[in-house]
Design a protein around this ligand. Sequence first.
Ligand code: FES
Ligand SMILES: [Fe+2]
Length: 426
Amino acid sequence: MLSRKDNDMLTQVGPGTPMGELFRRFWLPALLEEELPEPDGAPVRLRLLGEDLVAFRDTSGRVGLVDAYCAHRRAGLYYGRNEENGLRCVYHGWKFDVEGRCVDMPSEPHETNYKDRVRLTAYPTAIRGGVVWAYMGPKGTEGPLPEFEWSELPAAQRTATKRLQRCNWAQAVEGGIDSSHISFLHSRREGTDSGPRNPYHQSDRHPVFEVSESEAGLVIAARRNAEPGHYYWRVTQFLLPFYTMIPPVGAFKESSREPYDGHAWVPIDDHTTWTWSFSASPARPYSDQERETRGGRNGFWGPVDEAYLPLLSADNDYGIDREKQRHDNFTGITGIPNQDAAVQESMGAVVDRSKENLGHSDRGIVNFRRLMLRLAKALAAGEVPEAARRGDLYRVRSASVVLPAEVPVETGAAGLLKAAPAAADR
Ligand code: FES
Ligand SMILES: [Fe+2]
């Protein structure tokens, strides 16, 4: 459990909050590149860390990410004209470039230099791995982008997609690092659903956790009994400030270069989150079907509509089918992401952690909260986390592996947990 005060600190992300300021020291996935397909195309509305923003791709192809409201009298710039390297407000015609400079002010007398003194909030952006990244921290403090394997592979070997989640970012992350729920929430009867199965998730439903801190977050290892004298280890990475990497489900005896997936839970505000899903196939290009399954709107992470809103939501009880729940799967809900969303959103937008009763299997979650609160307090005292300055710390993978009981997971899984070196080092 957490005190109310700590729960507030963990979950509040707006400007000036300790956790919000911590997030602002990291590059954040802001949009899919496909949302801004062409220069001078329609601007896109978005909200990040409690701030309303507008993104646009200018005539030169640069991506601007600016305050959603005009610097003059706050009209919505979403309705603006995206023309000749700037976004022009349709109320009185003031025009702003990607850096937030006012480059034209046709409603004011020409002889004043007023326009040179007007600035719109604008955040730096970068494009990598099919994602538009944003840095919302203090001007000039941005470090390198995180060097995720999925963000650096050729387009044929990676996917990225997202879906809206109606709850706070932290309870979504807590679902991502909670290795014990897969034996329940996602369990199903043999032959009742597609996708790989893993026998150990059912044969041992009370995993033993070993959690250690890494330079970029946490390594959360969950141990289940396997064949005599062996353990099955599921090693999840939590990476600052909100990423997780999912251990492969069915590939635990195969090569470490099998495709794998990960998430980012990017706070829109205290009550809503973008759940991003990424995947990487280090060894080979995806087939068309694999691409559709991992990255498509109707694929594994969906289904979602044009605006990336899930079709199964609290509005329709996630399509729960009580017959299916009795006979086929544990929840009666179809699709792992919908099962996750149902329980995470069912807690309320911000779960009251002062009312919990945690067990041994929640160790990863306890460590996650402690780490985030410690780093938020440290930043308030002037200490910037190392991971915000070191993109190379993100070259890691998750792992699933069966090891002889006497082999410690940190040595037995060490090779599997490293991503391939960056192209320049190969
Ligand atoms: S409100 Fe935008 S130009 Fe006046
Ligand atoms: Fe899950």
